[in-house]
Design a protein around this ligand. Sequence first.
Ligand SMILES: C[S@@+](CC[C@H](N)C(=O)[O-])C[C@H]1O[C@@H](n2cnc3c(N)ncnc32)[C@H](O)[C@@H]1O
Length: 284
Amino acid sequence: MNLPEIPLDFDRARPAGVYNYYLDGKTWTAKDRETAEAVIQNAPEAREVAKENFLFAGRAASWVVTEFGIRQVFDVGVGLTDDVPLDSVETCVLQAAPDATVLAFDNDEVVLVHARALRRGYRRVLRGDITDLDSILNHPDLTSRPDLVGRIDLTKPIVIVLAAVLHFVDDAAAVMAQLRERLAPGSVVILSHATETGTSAKRVAGMTKAYERGNSSIIFRSVEEIAALADGWDLPSPGLVDVQLWSPDGSYAKEVHDSVRVLGMAAVLRSGPVPQPGGDRAAL
Ligand SMILES: C[S@@+](CC[C@H](N)C(=O)[O-])C[C@H]1O[C@@H](n2cnc3c(N)ncnc32)[C@H](O)[C@@H]1O
């Protein structure tokens, strides 16, 4: 693993702290709060949508382990969620499948330091960057930690959760292409992403500017761009929809807001030849 050292920098907001503020946690700095409040000024429902995004990730992950029988789940970009009063991906998955192995990764040193300080043993967060898949799939802990040895088999399907992560990544399509190449067929990526579609340009510009105060810019992509991330993957029902509307049987339906929209999907990696981009996307 060859990730550069990232100094602890509390002078700028970080996505993990901003989200922790939205989610009613207590692990944020004054800078995180300033950015979050600037976003909320542009999108009054930002906190509500962030909570629905968090709930989507847990709901989708527990459905996937139940439906597909997958028992290895990597929550990448886990954030600062220990004090969040909502069920996390890990909690939801272990309720659905107590024999599952859930690992958390993040590329933010503050997230790692925080998790380490909590001395959470095997539940600690591992350093991994989704733009460098080796840092995750070849993480040394997978083969050296006694409690993990023999539990992760990358020749078999895994679940990768990318909740509200890829809108902080410049080349999200390259990440999905790498995942398509490296994961075993039948693997599932649970993904959520902020979209500009359906929201006024003024609000999108305001939120984008607010995140510029921090150490990571946010990229609002169009519905079409987010749908294209799943080229070569199957999207089980309901496909790509607002996170407030994602449930396989349509039973979960909360209010959607046009001030800020986050779309979610569970993308299943097909076996066999990958179709050409744009060939058969699920419609929104
Ligand atoms: C907006 S927070 C989302 C946290 C949580 N997944 C959720 O849905 O509430 C985004 C998280 O992704 C992490 N992140 C951003 N870019 C990343 C990357 N390239 N690789 C791994 N984690 C990343 C950030 O540090 C942050 O903790």
